[in-house]
Design a protein. Sequence first.
Length: 182
Amino acid sequence: MALEPQELEAIHAREMIRDCVARVARGEDRRDRDLLKTAYWPGAAMDYGIFAGDLDAYLDWIVPGSPAVLLTQHFIGQTLIAVEGDTAKAESHVIAYHRVDYGSEHRDLAMGGRYLDSFEKRDGQWRIAARTMLYDWSQDIGQAADFSEGLMGAPFSAGHFTGRTTGDFSAEFFGKALEGTK
């Protein structure tokens, strides 16, 4: 049973859209302006409730980000995608973790919600033209544990195991591999 060309094109579109959503998550977590620019069309509109603006304002908001937000990690869940020609709508579930420096202590915060993205395909590329964030829940997990030296009483064998917003081992791991997406 062979797939029809339009079925293959729809599968490819969905995979490119999922990849775009993943690039946003990594770009925000690593505060990587160039990677984020590959996921949005120039002039894209964003509305996060606590921020609304165009792509340039969004990039200035995310990169370098608040110095009080020491670490973020965005987990992307299922993404429902409706493709219609060269446009698509996608709803991606997200759980976002943030380690925040309150001055007297570091706290771990988590929130869950959904990205509502409007995509456009231009010159064979799918990118976000507009994003709205919906928040479903938020939780202050409490004072952050210091795991910089190891976990569960066992020390790390090298310094590269602890993640950071910028300059952690993942940059070396990927090396030039991500340049093709930029």
